[in-house]
Design a protein around this ligand. Structure first.
Ligand SMILES: Nc1ncnc2c1ncn2[C@@H]1O[C@H](COP(=O)(O)OP(=O)(O)OP(=O)(O)O)[C@@H](O)[C@H]1O
Ligand SMILES: [Mg+2]
Length: 259
């Protein structure tokens, strides 16, 4: 099983929407067995995937993956380990932090034979949940929004990833920054140009060499609210959105060697 984490301490950058749509993509298009773990107490991924009816909701909650030696989830080719409010209590239990990361690793190892792909959605604000996810992951993808604050904020995630690569998880791969909610304004275009110039090596890059990015499109919140894969939406505009998403998801799958 290959594990991908969606992380960025900025809120509202698309971590959950991309986690859900990637989950559908790996399951529906690549025919992979997918486990989605929602480590965000806000539960946006849990709400959307539950609404979809496509994922089996596991009887265990995601905080238990950190606090207990869970050895099985639910049978099914697309399983959601849902969010809970208990996740909020983990940060204060400092003496257990190492154990939380170890438990998560052991839980994933135990259920790993039943899935090809695990996708972990994380909360904004870097805490033990995000650190534990990075410690156990094979890859991390960082959606951002193109404003100066968010672009500067990516530095701290990058530093955290480098630190974890140097200590607890040398195999962790930084797949890249993925600009999302990009608008066709001169300001945003300028920010994207600056980003490409300043940190081209940190951007997720498509096979044709272009930096990956998603435009702001209403198809995203609509699909998330309905709990559907964007490519299953009946709206004709969704077809254009899907043609924008597909090469990016293909790049993510290829980077993780899951295809
Ligand atoms: N490309 C896009 N175009 C338009 N809306 C988008 C796009 N990507 C995400 N959204 C919407 O933006 C909102 C915020 O996205 P999302 O909840 O995925 O962000 P997040 O990073 O998970 O936020 P948080 O850090 O609070 O968990 C959601 O309503 C989502 O559907
Ligand atoms: Mg979220």
């Amino acid at each position: 099983m290959t594990t991908l984490v969606l992380a960025n301490e900025k809120g509202g950058v698309g971590k959950s929407a991309i986690a859900c749509q990637l989950g559908y993509y790996f399951h529906d298009i690549l025919n992979k067995r997918v486990l989605v773990i929602d480590l965000d107490h806000q539960g946006n991924t849990t709400r959307s995937l539950t609404k979809s009816g496509l994922a089996t909701v596991a009887p265990v909650q995601s905080h238990q993956f950190l606090t207990e030696p869970i050895t099985s989830v639910a049978s099914g080719a697309f399983v959601l380990v849902p969010s809970s409010r208990e996740l909020l209590k983990l940060q204060e239990q400092k003496e257990w932090h190492n154990r939380f990361a170890t438990n998560l690793r052991e839980c994933l190892r135990a259920v790993g034979a039943s899935f090809d792909m695990a996708i972990i959605d994380t909360n904004p604000n870097p805490d033990i949940r995000v650190i534990a996810a990075l410690v156990v992951a094979d890859g991390v993808l960082a959606p951002i929004q193109l404003n100066q604050e968010a672009v500067h904020g990516i530095g701290s995630l990058r530093r955290q990833v480098v630190k974890i690569q140097g200590t607890l998880n040398p195999d962790l791969r930084f797949l890249g920054i993925l600009p999302n909610l990009v608008e066709a304004t001169p300001f945003q275009r300028e920010n994207l140009t600056q980003l490409v110039t300043a940190c081209a090596d940190l951007l997720l890059t498509l096979r044709d060499g272009r930096p990956a990015a998603f435009a702001r499109r209403t198809a995203w919140p609509e699909a998330q609210a309905l709990g559907i894969p964007i490519w299953k939406s009946k709206k004709t505009s969704s077809r254009d959105v899907w043609s924008e998403i597909r090469p990016v998801f293909e790049t993510v799958a290829a980077s993780l060697e899951v295809s």
